[in-house]
Design a protein. Structure first.
Length: 198
């Protein structure tokens, strides 16, 4: 596989075999993560949903369709593991809450695996922090700010762009905030293309 090394291969094998939160999940763990040492774009979402749990591929759902549209990327470009890493805050589907929505990512996952993956992501030029859980990881103090404030401040950093989750649950938010499509999306596409350029 392009962009991997023995150390990363061993780590990914450990991740695939992870059972740290198995007792808390309503199903068998199925970690979903895509990483290579050559990746230039890092996408950090929340956690796999039911469809991604079934497919084993990240963003194989309507959220992924919307995200790829925001980024101006085809499916082939998006799933080019040599150029795009997808590392959510939780690697396994956490189950559904009482209202039928996805539960938050398991708290054990990010502190256990992200620091171990980071040394292999040295070629990343741009990181997309998608949703509040990713915002909290990348931006100190984000937990005290509404998601809209985090996204509005997207110009504050060159290396990490905070985005809302592309879920249908944010349709109203997107409608109420037309600046997102008018201002952020064109710049997002430009910066993604720049990060992936040879």
């Amino acid at each position: 596989m392009s962009g991997t090394c023995a150390g990363l291969d061993d780590l990914l094998e450990d991740i695939r075999g992870c059972r740290v939160c198995a007792q808390a999940l309503p199903h068998n763990p199925r970690p979903v993560v895509r990483v290579s040492t050559s990746a230039r774009l890092l996408i950090c979402g929340q956690a796999p949903g039911t469809r991604v749990h079934a497919s084993g591929m990240p963003f194989t759902d309507p959220s992924g369709v919307r995200l790829r549209a925001w980024l101006g990327m085809s499916g082939e470009e998006f799933y080019d593991q040599a150029r795009v890493a997808i590392v959510p805050m939780g690697f396994c589907f956490p189950g559904l809450d009482a209202k039928g929505g996805d539960k938050p990512p398991r708290k054990e996952c990010a502190p256990l695996w992200r620091p171990r993956l980071q040394p292999y992501l040295t070629n990343v030029r741009l990181t997309l922090a998608i949703g509040s859980y990713a915002h909290r990881w990348y931006f100190p103090g984000a937990g005290k700010r509404p998601m809209i404030d985090m996204v509005r401040d997207w110009r504050a950093t060159e290396k990490v762009i905070p985005l809302p989750h592309p879920s249908w649950r944010n349709n109203r938010w997107l409608k109420d905030n037309p600046w997102f499509d008018a201002e952020l999306v064109p710049e997002l596409r430009r910066r993604v293309a720049e990060a992936l350029a040879d």
